[in-house]
Design a binder for this molecule. Structure first.
Ligand SMILES: [Fe+2]
Length: 408
């Protein structure tokens, strides 16, 4: 990598890190626990909401607990409008459609119920409301919104994306097949409701992969260069909780305790990464989502241990500390053995949860190069990663985890 670009990137990251201390990273007001959805009416009344727009997806509206949420709203004589067309990886046209619905129905608040896609779609509506004459594409990047959004309440139905705690709204441009983020502290929801009862019906594979997304947030935040004391504490806590609860939540989906712990971990990982950033794993995963619609959590789960090993001992000290935090055994006694041990534990966790080691896609060398180029642009100069990767590094990693169609 060009030494001047590297130097420029590191200075850019440092300036950004220092300037973030002056930005309002307000955490959401959090309600936790079973039936915490019962707080919705009082939140709406307190914030003067006469008509709330619910942003969700078609599968979630079918679960019995969703009817309970509607009941809470209806029984308090609050009007609502429903947008339930959210698809995984929300697109710009979906945001535009939902924005029109919000305006045409005179709604004055947003209630996002769902995974990261619904929460990000609701954030996208907020972005459009603050800048109705701008295209979503123009809002890409850092600190472009800068205006207060209408009330946004987030109820995550998966324990993974952490979007209920973050500055990020990740959108997919359906024309260019790019997936990118709009980042601004005004996008942090005002309220987050972590109710485990909404996650009990989540199937095994979604529980496992979204949980691995949360683990990736915490690990990437922790090994990056832009940590604060708080983000380190949050990341370690999230990582310990995920190793202790994710499998249990997959195997016994009605274990409310494990579900609640995973929601807490996902939230903590969200708080950590929204300040300390993600890294190369996410840069790689976003392109697989944008071009091949690979679910975000699955891509991260597969990539995380591979990228950590690719760092080639540059992260040994931090990974050894994570090993010590999660596993209090003394069988490994060197920093590099513990670091390797931590990576092995991720591979093993994936294996036990039936997450494959590779992704089967019909990708040509040109496709991989295009994704690698975009991953490079996403990661650099923004992400304060332990080691900056060249395009060829990204190509190498894609080749390690993609099982190509034999015809290519
Ligand atoms: Fe993520």
């Amino acid at each position: 990598m060009n030494i001047f670009f590297k130097l420029y990137s590191r200075i850019y990251q440092k300036i950004l890190y220092l300037s973030m201390f002056f930005l309002p990273f307000n955490e959401p007001i959090v309600y936790r626990g079973e039936h915490s959805i019962s707080n919705i009416p009082s939140i709406l009344k307190k914030n003067g909401i006469s008509k709330i727009m619910i942003v969700t997806d078609a599968n979630l509206v079918k679960i019995p607990y969703f009817a309970k949420i509607l009941q809470e709203i209806q029984s308090n004589n609050i009007e609502y409008v429903m947008y339930d067309l959210t698809k995984p990886n929300p697109t710009i046209s979906q945001i535009e459609d939902a924005f029109k619905l919000f305006v045409n129905t005179n709604s004055n608040g947003l209630l996002a119920i769902g995974g990261g896609s619904s929460i990000d779609l609701a954030k996208g509506i907020g972005v459009k409301l603050t800048h109705p004459n701008k295209k979503i594409q123009q809002m890409r990047g850092l600190l472009k919104v800068l205006k207060k959004l209408p009330l946004l309440i987030a109820i995550p139905s998966t324990a993974g994306t952490g979007s209920e705690a973050t500055v990020a709204c990740v959108v997919t441009d359906e024309l260019t097949k790019e997936k990118y983020a709009i980042n601004d502290p005004v996008l942090i929801p005002k309220y987050a409701i972590l109710d485990p009862l909404i996650t009990v019906g989540l199937p095994f594979s979604l529980t496992s992969t979204t949980g691995m997304d949360a683990l990736t947030h915490a690990v990437e935040a922790y090994i990056g260069h832009s940590n604060t004391k708080k983000t380190k504490r949050m990341a370690i806590s999230a990582i310990k909780t995920i190793f202790g609860n994710l499998e249990e939540a997959c195997i016994n989906p009605t274990n409310i305790n494990a579900r609640m712990n995973m929601l807490n971990a996902s939230y903590e990982a969200g708080v950590a990464f929204t300040r300390a950033y993600v890294g190369n794993v996410h840069a790689l995963a976003h392109q697989l989502g944008g071009v091949y619609h690979i679910p975000h959590g699955l891509a991260n789960a597969i990539l995380l241990p591979v990228v950590l090993r690719y760092y080639n001992h540059a992260t040994d000290k931090k990974l050894s500390m994570l090993y010590d935090a999660v596993y209090k055994d003394n069988t490994l006694d060197t920093i590099s053995a513990k670091s390797e041990g931590f990576i092995d534990k991720i591979f093993e966790l994936n294996q036990r949860m039936n997450i494959p080691a590779k992704i089967k896609i019909d990708a040509t060398d040109d496709d991989i190069f295009l994704m690698a180029s975009r991953a490079f642009l996403e990661a650099n100069p923004l992400y304060p990663v332990p080691t900056m990767f060249d395009i060829l590094d990204f190509v190498n990693i894609y080749n390690m985890i993609i099982e190509k169609n034999k015809s290519n």
